[in-house]
Design a protein around this ligand. Structure first.
Ligand SMILES: Cc1cc2nc3c(=O)[nH]c(=O)nc-3n(C[C@H](O)[C@H](O)[C@H](O)COP(=O)(O)OP(=O)(O)OC[C@H]3O[C@@H](n4cnc5c(N)ncnc54)[C@H](O)[C@@H]3O)c2cc1C
Length: 381
């Protein structure tokens, strides 16, 4: 998105991709909120339709509800329209758009270092190692970004700030495509959640997320995923005849955006900047929003001489509140889903209702939510 936005306005852009193809292998649940929901989730984003109207050829399902399944098997579904994309096709679409706008795409070209003072990148490609000079650099190389780290940006090393996602694509899944299911609980997906996201008909992404410090000793992520697929009373029923056709896995930053996402020459965007919604690990929408802003800031830097560091305030004005609220809510759910007593406590208090779940989904921090936050903070002590 950054490459497309900058190239459209005439900047000279080189996009580096270490793989054979952008978007392959994909590691994603492939779910994004619909345009209408994005307008509620991030109301300060202008012209959201430019970002959240993917071509129908990339959309494999349209869902209507998000359902939370709590550890006591209490279920709460809220109306929330979403799309499942075929990420491989969508990433190809974005790459084509960037190339059509004039960006050059260097495939199989891995950034291995930043040149002194951020004056370019050292890359390794099929012909060996070489240096590429550039006036500005955008770190968009995903979670735990090498480029952002080399630029001296404060990329977190704390394992609590990362979710690890392990996902199967499956066929023969007995799941209503209108619903996206999220299963919470320390025994199921410690520190995050497990999911079933329909890809249309009987195909679905079925995955488990964990935060490693919360995992039980002796168990690894594959054990949690196996447990979710084979033993969970609700998901195992839906998956009893399902067959695995692919495995996808990766890290997701869930510790909030980095305190600083730019220097005078380098911007960090998407997962590289911690631009994900911490409660759900959703990174595609913030990457598109912040990616477009990065492109616009670059244009204003070159055309009008405005400082690159404007990026910080610019993306925070559009997405800052949503990401901050979501981080606060993730911290709240860390407390709630720690043990069954806490879950009973919040259930009895009427906190696991449709109203509260909707606020959680929309990252809305109102008086009721703040009261809940304060109570949980006290209980944690
Ligand atoms: C299992 C799982 C499920 C997820 N489900 C969802 C979901 O349903 N919805 C959602 O919104 N988000 C989801 N996410 C998060 C989402 O995938 C990311 O937030 C999103 O892909 C971030 O986009 P990005 O462009 O910043 O980074 P990436 O998509 O990671 O892209 C980074 C690109 O940079 C390339 N690259 C990396 N290092 C280098 C290098 N040194 N040199 C050159 N190229 C390099 C990579 O090959 C890749 O093409 C999920 C993540 C995981 C792991």
């Amino acid at each position: 998105m950054t490459a497309k936005t900058a190239a459209e306005r005439g900047l000279s852009v080189l996009l580096l991709e270490r793989e054979l193809e952008v978007g392959v292998p994909d590691k994603c649940g492939e779910y994004i909120p619909s345009l209408e929901e994005m307008k509620r989730l991030a109301p300060s984003v202008p012209n959201a339709e430019e970002l959240f109207d993917p071509p129908s050829s990339c959309i494999v399902n349209r869902s209507k509800y998000v359902k939370f399944v709590f550890p006591n098997n209490h279920e709460v579904a809220v109306p929330f329209r979403g799309l499942t994309l075929e990420r491989k096709l969508y990433d190809k679409h974005l790459t084509n758009e960037a190339a059509r706008a004039g960006a050059d795409i260097a495939i199989l070209t891995k950034a291995i270092d930043l040149l002194k003072d951020g004056k370019g990148v050292r890359v390794k490609d099929i012909d060996g190692v070489r240096d590429i000079e550039a006036k500005t650099i955008v770190a968009s190389d995903g979670a735990y970004s090498l480029v952002a780290r080399r630029a001296g940006l404060p990329v977190s090393r704390d394992p609590l700030d990362y979710g690890v996602g392990y996902q199967y694509e499956m066929v023969n899944v007995d799941h209503d495509p209108d619903y996206v299911d999220m299963y919470l609980g320390e025994d199921i997906a410690p520190g995050t959640y497990a999911w079933i996201i329909s890809k249309g008909d009987d195909v679905a992404n079925v995955g488990t997320g964990v935060r490693t410090p919360y995992m039980k000793k002796g168990l690894n992520i594959r054990d949690y995923q196996r447990n979710f697929v084979e033993k969970h009373p609700i998901s195992s029923e839906k998956l009893r005849n399902a067959k695995r056709t692919a495995i996808k896995a990766g890290f997701i930053p869930v510790g909030g955006a980095m305190e600083r996402t730019c220097t005078e020459r380098v911007l960090a965007v998407g997962d590289a900047g911690g631009h994900t919604i911490p409660t759900v690990g959703g990174g595609v929408p913030p990457a598109l929003i912040c990616g477009r802003i990065a492109g616009q800031v670059l244009v204003e830097y070159f055309e009008e001489g405005k400082p690159l560091t404007r990026f910080e305030g610019a993306w925070r004005a559009q997405m800052g509140k949503t990401l901050e609220n979501s981080l606060r809510m993730r911290r709240m759910s860390d407390v709630v889903f720690k043990n069954e007593k806490m879950i009973d406590f919040v259930t009895k208090r009427g906190w696991l209702t449709e109203e509260m779940v909707m606020k959680f989904v929309l990252c809305e921090m109102d008086t009721k939510m703040r009261l809940m936050e304060r109570t949980l903070r006290v209980m944690q002590l």
